[in-house]
Design a protein around this ligand. Structure first.
Ligand code: ADP
Ligand code: MG
Length: 491
């Protein structure tokens, strides 16, 4: 255990030195923008494995920075000759599995060999072939719009009523002045329908007024477009174009990293809002929790309407499943999903909307490929691996900070501050301990999230809590109950 820790921490030190080299070579801003979320996963003496949160970032780093990263790794780690990038997004894993076509079962029917791949194609083609929904203007392309994500297909329930009403209001009054909610800021954890709502607004406005200048961009695409404009010295034209847009929708705002990009976005936001243009933003947390953003930006983002999409409750999950099943049944006569199967799925698949969609896709694929009806048994087999292999709920450091602050009656800011009163130090240490035991974050990462502390402070906190737990049964119980609440998501 000790040996492992020494190895891990010497690796962490090396990685920190690699990061410092990169920062020195590329400058603070470029480093934060592109390398802030790169994590070292493993090094086997030859290949350095790093992970990043999105495919976009992986592609960008591979095409722009892999030589530089390899060179910096080479100067700290002898013998390295290759980099491997992995996209870490545990919450997406089940979806990829779900969208994969199930292994054909032996139904006694003979099928031509190539039958399976051909039958499998429509599932994927359906979702990409109709993706003609692009927003943008004058050659400046937005991110694609998914044709399935419209208001018609969005199911309204208690968890999303406010955000949906605001989205409808914005779409319905596009072009009218004054704007009521500007910016509209929608936040929720992954899979709750943020992207769906943003696309729905864009589709609706485009349909009502084909000439409206609508631009839908993920924050990363915004960074990419801006970086390209800087490279080709086209930044003024890029800014000009942005400012002529009537409706700007920015998705995954939390990924907008780096001072230059944030400042640029802030200017765009200010000039759009001041010019009476509508802005809609989606992110995974409330604006005030966007840690890397400066205070003015956070307050500007909170200045319109902030609406949260709460966790999908049973009723909403069931309705979404019904809607998805109805779509498939309409497209595929003979395919039926009985109410009890939908109820079973709604009970089992509690995590997010993607699982719900994926489960119906799977049942439908099984029916198309093997003729198997969607019974409860089939549903159980179809999603069984998912439920069994379901990773424990992914706990976020934000949740830990929130629940620890609430439980101990301190402010979140206190936990992040340098205050040393015992009434704050202990909850802070408990928070770090929970972060280490419930998330896969590294010690330096935890230190950073707890107010920019050193990883040795985090290690000290973990050891302190481990030893206190052994002496103090009440504390032990308390930590276990916090841990359970975080894991169940009952917070
Ligand atoms: P997010 O952007 O919040 O991560 P998405 O918008 O990508 O989530 O939604 C994930 C999946 O769940 C999509 O297939 C989406 O259509 C579905 N979904 C989520 N909420 C709803 C809803 N209220 N009605 C219909 N489908 C929904
Ligand atoms: Mg999304």
């Amino acid at each position: 255990m000790e040996a492992l820790e020494i190895t891990t921490s010497s690796m962490e030190n090396k990685w920190r030195r690699i990061q410092s080299r990169l920062r020195a070579e590329l400058g603070d801003d470029v480093f934060t923008s592109w390398f802030g979320r790169v994590e070292l996963e493993a090094y086997d003496g030859r290949v350095v494995h790093v992970s990043v949160p999105t495919k976009f970032l992986r592609n960008w780093l591979q095409s722009h920075y892999s030589d530089k990263l390899l060179a910096c790794c080479g100067s700290e780690l002898g013998g390295v000759n290759k980099l491997e990038f992995r996209v870490r997004q545990p919450h997406l894993a089940p979806i990829e599995k779900l969208n994969a076509v199930p292994a054909p079962r032996d139904t006694g029917q003979s099928r031509p060999q190539q039958g399976f791949p051909t039958a499998a194609i429509p599932l994927r083609v359906l979702s990409t072939a109709h993706r003609d929904g692009r927003t943008g203007l004058d050659g400046f392309e937005g991110s694609p719009l998914d044709p399935r994500y419209t208001f018609q297909s969005f199911v309204v329930g208690t968890p999303n009523r406010l955000a949906h009403a605001a989205a409808m209001q914005i779409a319905g009054s596009a072009g009218e002045q004054p704007l009521r909610y500007n910016p509209l800021y929608i936040h929720a954890r992954v899979g709750m329908g943020k992207t769906h709502l943003l696309h729905a607004i864009a589709w609706d406005v485009k349909q009502r007024n084909p000439n409206a200048k609508v631009l839908y961009l993920t924050a990363e695409r915004f960074m990419y477009s801006f970086a390209e404009a800087l490279q080709t010295r086209d930044a003024p034209a890029f800014k000009e174009k942005l400012r002529t847009i009537d409706l700007l929708l920015i998705d995954d705002m939390e990924f907008l990293q780096g001072r230059t990009f944030q400042q640029e976005f802030c200017h765009t936001l200010n000039s759009m809002i001041d010019g009476g243009k509508q802005v809609v933003v989606a992110a995974d947390c409330a604006p005030l929790l966007l840690e890397s953003f400066d205070a003015r930006m956070r307050s500007r983002l909170s200045g319109g309407l902030v609406a949260e999409l709460a966790a999908l409750d049973y009723e909403l999950r069931l309705k979404i499943l019904e809607r998805r099943a109805a779509e498939k049944m309409a497209a595929s006569p003979g395919f039926e999903v009985p109410a009890e199967v939908l109820a079973y799925l709604a009970r089992q698949l509690t995590e997010n909307g993607r699982e719900l969609e994926g489960a119906i896709t799977r049942l439908h694929a099984a029916y198309q490929l093997t003729g198997e009806p969607a019974t409860c048994d089939a549903a159980e087999t179809t999603i069984g691996d998912l439920i069994r292999s379901k990773e424990p709920k992914r706990v976020k450091i934000d949740d830990i900070l929130r629940i620890v602050a609430k439980h101990y009656g301190v402010q979140r800011g206190d936990l992040l501050s340098s205050r040393r009163n015992q009434s704050i130090v202990r909850p802070r240490q408990i928070g770090m301990y929970l972060a280490k035991t419930l998330t896969s974050r590294s010690l330096p990462e935890i230190g950073r999230r707890f107010g920019g502390r050193d990883h040795t402070t985090v290690l000290h906190a973990i050891r302190k809590i481990e030893s206190l737990k052994q002496q103090d049964g009440v504390l032990k119980e308390e930590i276990e109950s916090l841990s359970r609440m975080l894991k169940d998501g009952s917070i």
